[in-house]
Design a binder for this molecule. Structure first.
Ligand code: G6P
Length: 607
């Protein structure tokens, strides 16, 4: 995820506004920053890796001349956070400046084609190909706008773009496909940005671009057309009534709620893994005798779920391990044919890095899944995957959890295909349903976004909650319980349901709420047995189950209905969502700040 800001002023210098706009987009990432401005027909670009204020002041970017310009704050996906990879990117002649938020999936083939035509590249980014593509199209003696439109048709993936060039010096060219872009108009000028918060100090009259749209802005206003056929789009400005603070959270009262709602989008992003890396990790995994999935906190819960995916689908012996326990528990048995797959959204968790150090010392193969390009985990892993969830601000992990799961599921399926341990038809079927997971989550949010409040009201006074699940749902139970515990501080337990009769059942008395995770699948019969055991001792049963599951509905006090057709092995992704909402709303009801739970830190880099 990155932030884009562009502006054309009637008078004055645009650079200080770009600086201010990017500061408001800092939440979208801030590992590098760059501006391009146009003045007297010449394009100036300044950029570097580092925080916004730091880079702007060291390169004196506020002083750049010109009333028209674009700026970018980067959150690396392709290429490390270094100066060459910072945006704007330019063509061979340095005359077309491009800023981009998103991922161009077919950039490798386009890059090769452009190199063969004589273009030379400076960065490792996917974005740079856009500048060269436009340059190439312009050789056909067409105007800049037309060359951009032609180039856009060749891009696969997601983008929000702003392009500036002395070839058409009074305009900024914008386009959107799956990454957000909004235009704004004031008496002083016209703006484009990744979200309204960036432009709110200057205007509250905005128009949102939609997927597949191209827009040209100049000081008089904007013109929108469809990328596909160039047909014009009429869209009126609308007035935004948000305050600045609300706008940063896109109208949500907390980052956590915004991030919960971002999950369909972040999951779609995480489905766009680069095949070459997925193949490399699969090959390395296939060489292993055993797999240790090592992580802390929420990331550990994705490892617990993934251990079921790897052993059920790919038939690989897999152990989830809490990273702070790893050395003690498995340290002396790890060897050259062990694979350690470390999962850490920050890539900086001390305990996880310590476990990796140990595994490397014993010549095991270390792989990584992280949300942070350039993090320590990416440096110490033999190969890694970036989960592409975008930055997460809320301390309690939500979208990074579900993204980790969908990345690990893709890896397990790829390995299953390679190893041929389950039939190709089954793998095809899982893959098809995996692609539908973002829509299952979307449906779940639509259904329970507001509805969950009634359940929160009903159970707000409880002093104890118990979460139970069988099989892979025991991981969902662990994560749902962690959300409730960290946000509301209400004591709670989570167990594999079968184990609950070996101890936890002793705390059940009349009225204790027990939340069961009951997706359809192999474990459903057993979970019914566990529900009956708890009911017999007076527990109140809240079941998260498939829509229309009459048997579960009949034995439950309350149900949270989920969409039909979700395979059990993928169920933790959508099934955790209503329980993230439950924990969030219960915290709000108790007057607690869900974004900053007490005593917790987003990233724990100490022993
Ligand atoms: C902290 C955070 C958790 C997170 C854990 C692991 O405890 O509060 O939300 O799950 O660290 O972080 P990682 O960056 O390694 O995923």
């Amino acid at each position: 995820m990155c932030g884009i800001f562009g502006a054309i002023l009637r008078e004055g210098r645009v650079a200080p506004l770009i600086h201010d706009g990017l500061k408001r987009l800092e939440y979208r990432g801030y590992d590098s920053v760059g501006f391009a401005t146009l003045h007297s027909g010449s394009l100036q670009v300044r950029k570097d890796a580092g925080g916004i204020d730091e880079v702007v002041s060291s390169l004196r970017m506020d002083e750049m001349p010109g009333a028209i310009g674009i700026g970018h704050t980067r959150w690396a996906t392709h290429g490390a956070p270094e100066m060459v990879n910072a945006h704007p990117h330019t063509d061979c002649e340095g005359k077309i400046a491009v800023i981009h938020n998103g991922v161009i999936e077919n950039f490798m083939e386009l890059k090769e084609e452009l190199i063969n035509k004589g273009h030379s590249f400076k960065s490792r980014t996917d974005t740079e190909i856009i500048a060269h593509l436009v340059e190439e199209e312009m050789k056909g003696d067409i105007e800049l706008g037309e060359a951009i439109l032609k180039s856009l048709k060749r891009l696969e993936g997601s983008y929000a773009l702003a392009i500036l060039s002395p070839s058409d010096p009074e305009k900024i060219f914008c386009a959107r496909h799956e990454s957000p872009l909004v235009l704004g108009v004031s008496d002083d000028g016209v703006f484009c940005a990744s979200d309204v918060s960036a432009m709110l100090p200057y205007t509250n009259r905005v128009v949102y671009l939609r997927n597949g749209e191209f827009a040209v802005i100049d000081v008089e206003g904007y013109k929108i057309t469809k990328i596909q056929d160039g047909s014009p789009v009429e869209r009126e400005l609308q007035e935004v009534t948000w305050s600045l603070e609300m706008a940063e959270k896109q109208g949500y009262p907390h980052f956590m709620l915004k991030e919960i709602y971002e999950q369909p989008k972040s999951l779609r992003g995480s489905l766009r893994l680069q095949q070459a890396y997925l193949d490399l990790l699969t090959t390395l995994l296939d060489r292993g005798r055993e797999l240790f999935l090592v992580a802390a906190g929420t990331s550990y819960h994705s490892c617990v779920a993934a251990s079921y995916m790897f052993s059920k689908l790919a038939k690989l012996t897999t152990f989830p391990a809490i990273s702070s326990e790893f050395v003690e528990q498995y340290g002396s048995s790890v060897g050259t044919d062990s694979i350690i797959l470390a999962v850490s959204q920050s890539g900086e968790t001390y305990d996880t890095l310590k476990a990796i150090d140990h595994a490397r010392m014993r010549a095991a193969t270390v792989l990584g899944v992280t949300n942070t390009v350039g993090s320590t985990l990416t440096r110490v892993s033999r190969a890694y995957l970036i989960q592409q969830s975008g930055p997460e601000i809320g301390v309690a992990a939500t979208k990074t959890f579900t993204s980790q799961l969908i990345v690990l599921a893709q890896l397990a399926l790829k390995l299953a295909r390679t190893r041929g341990k389950i039939s190709q038809d089954e793998v095809d079927d899982f893959e098809e349903r995996l692609m539908r997971v973002p829509s299952y989550v979307e449906e779940t949010l639509e259904r329970h976004g507001k509805g969950i409040q009634a359940l929160v009201d009903k159970y707000a006074g409880e002093k104890l909650f118990v979460f139970l699940g069988r099989g892979i749902s025991s991981a969902t139970a662990l994560e749902a319980r962690l959300k409730l515990l960290e946000l509301t501080y209400v004591p709670s337990l989570a167990y594999p349901a079968g184990e609950s009769k070996h101890g936890p059942i002793s705390i059940i008395e009349e009225g204790v709420p027990v939340i069961f995770l009951c997706p359809r699948g192999e474990t459903r019969k057993d979970i019914i047995g566990s529900i009956m055991e708890m009911k017999a001792r007076g527990a109140r049963i809240i079941s998260v189950c498939e829509e229309g599951d009459r048997e579960i509905t009949m034995i439950s006090d309350d149900i949270i209905e989920m969409p039909k057709g979700i395979p059990e092995v993928l169920s933790p992704i959508p099934y955790v969502v209503p329980l993230q909402l439950f924990a969030y709303y219960l915290a709000v009801q108790k007057g607690l700040d869900p974004d900053k739970p007490r005593n917790l830190a987003k990233s724990v880099t100490v022993p």
